[in-house]
Every structure is written in structure tokens, then in C-alpha cells.
Write a protein that binds this ligand. Structure first.
Ligand code: 3PG
Length: 221
């Protein structure tokens, strides 16, 4: 099955974002010229939910370029840290948001601009704060450093109704063990877009990494 061919609803939910493909690429772009060919390569490889992190001055322009020129891609914004990032991301054309942590103010700002948010959590209290605001889909960050699959197994008891996107330290070799867990809908990672491949414009390599990642099996769909 090629997920890229499935039509998407106009207003995505966080669950739509998480279940579209097994991996959400975490992308850092320093050059707007790289955004469109990179997005096309990922889409060609079967991955269309693209998290462009707000870590570089060019990030919002990159989201804009992808939203405008790659209709088969869904550009999202990552690394939202302040409430005002939500409006900036929406203005650029982002259709979902990802954050490294959670505040109620950020959650409210994302709701106000209709951006589904995957907030980063690493403790039970953070999960409970996000749940108190109605959020049940979350990023587990930094996944490997904060307890990996053992932590997710422990959370599955009390937080049986929460689904996670573990991110941080995930690679081709350990993604399958995360994706085999019932509370993991997808994983996130930067390994699909290695900085040297982006710099060299090696889109074929990125397409091939995306194709490999798009074929991982998930258990929780
Ligand atoms: C991040 O936000 O930097 C992500 O967690 C990416 O982590 P990774 O580079 O370990 O995939």
C-alpha cells in the first residue's frame, strides 16, 4: 500500500498525522532551495507528513515553499516552543505542529489556529497535563534517553488511551521495536534527512531512506 495515494481530510487530527506513515521525518533546513526537492523526494518514497523544525531562520520560508509547491506533501512545523510560534507556523501553511515539551498556553495557541499538536512529553505528569487539555496523541521525547521501549511499556498501563510518537535516538535499526508496541502509532526521526545528503542534494538517497521507512509495520493502527 502506498500511503501517499490515500486522500486526506482538509482538517487533520493529530491521529491522522500519526497514522499516515510509520515515520515522521524531523527536518532541519538551512537553505530554502532545498525544501521543495527534499519534500518531493520524501513523498516519492512514500512519506508525506513532514516536520520542518523551527530551528533555523529559513524554516518558515521552507514550510511556505513546500505548502505552495508540493501539494502531495503535508508540511508541519516542529520545535514550537512559544505560543506565538503557532500563528507563525499556521501563517506559513503548516498543517500540524510538534513541540519538544508542553505548556497549556502552547496547546491553546495551536487550537486557536486549528493546528493539531503533538506535544513532547517525558514524564507521567507531563502526560497528565496534556490530557487535562484534551490531548491524547503525544510525542515521547527524547525517547531513547528518557527510557525507550521500557518506558512506553510502563506507560501503557495507566495511560492506556494515549498514543505516542517516540522521537529522539530512533533509527532504522530500533524503529521496528518501538512500532511493535500497542501505544506507538509512529516514530519520528532525523535519519531520513541526513545533513550531508541534504547539502549534497542527494535526493535519491533521501527517497530511498523514505521508501525503507514507509514500509515499516505498525501495530497500533
Ligand atoms: C529532534 O527533535 O531533534 C528529534 O528528536 C530528532 O532526534 P534524532 O535526531 O535523534 O532523530
Amino acid at each position: 500500500m502506498n500511503a501517499v495515494r490515500q486522500p486526506l481530510p482538509a482538517n487533520l487530527t493529530a491521529l491522522d498525522v500519526m497514522t499516515d506513515a510509520p515515520v515522521i521525518p524531523v527536518i532541519v533546513l538551512n537553505d530554502v532551495a532545498h525544501a521543495v526537492p527534499l519534500a518531493r523526494a520524501l513523498v516519492a518514497g512514500g512519506i508525506r507528513m513532514l516536520e520542518v523544525t523551527l530551528r533555523t531562520p529559513q524554516a518558515l520560508a521552507c514550510i511556505e515553499a513546500i505548502a505552495r509547491e508540493v501539494p502531495d506533501a503535508v508540511a508541519g512545523a516542529g520545535t514550537l516552543r512559544r505560543p506565538e510560534d503557532a500563528q507563525a507556523a499556521a501563517n506559513a501553511g503548516a498543517r500540524f505542529a510538534v513541540s519538544p515539551g508542553y505548556t497549556s498556553a502552547l496547546g491553546a495557541a495551536c487550537r486557536a489556529v486549528h493546528l493539531p499538536l503533538l506535544p513532547g512529553v517525558a514524564t507521567g505528569s507531563e502526560i497528565m497535563m496534556a490530557m487535562a487539555d484534551g490531548i491524547t496523541e503525544m510525542k515521547f521525547f527524547p525517547a531513547l534517553q528518557a527510557g525507550g521501549t521500557a518506558m512506553l511499556k510502563a506507560w501503557h498501563g495507566p495511560f492506556f488511551d494515549v498514543r505516542f510518537c517516540p522521537t529522539g535516538g530512533i533509527s532504522t535499526s530500533n524503529a521496528p521495536e518501538f512500532l511493535a508496541l500497542p501505544n506507538v502509532a509512529c516514530v519520528g526521526g532525523s535519519w531520513l534527512t541526513p545533513a550531508d545528503a541534504v547539502l549534497a542534494g542527494d535526493w535519491a538517497r533521501i527517497e530511498s531512506l523514505a521508501r525503507e521507512a514507509s514500509q515499516f509495520r505498525t501495530r497500533s493502527k
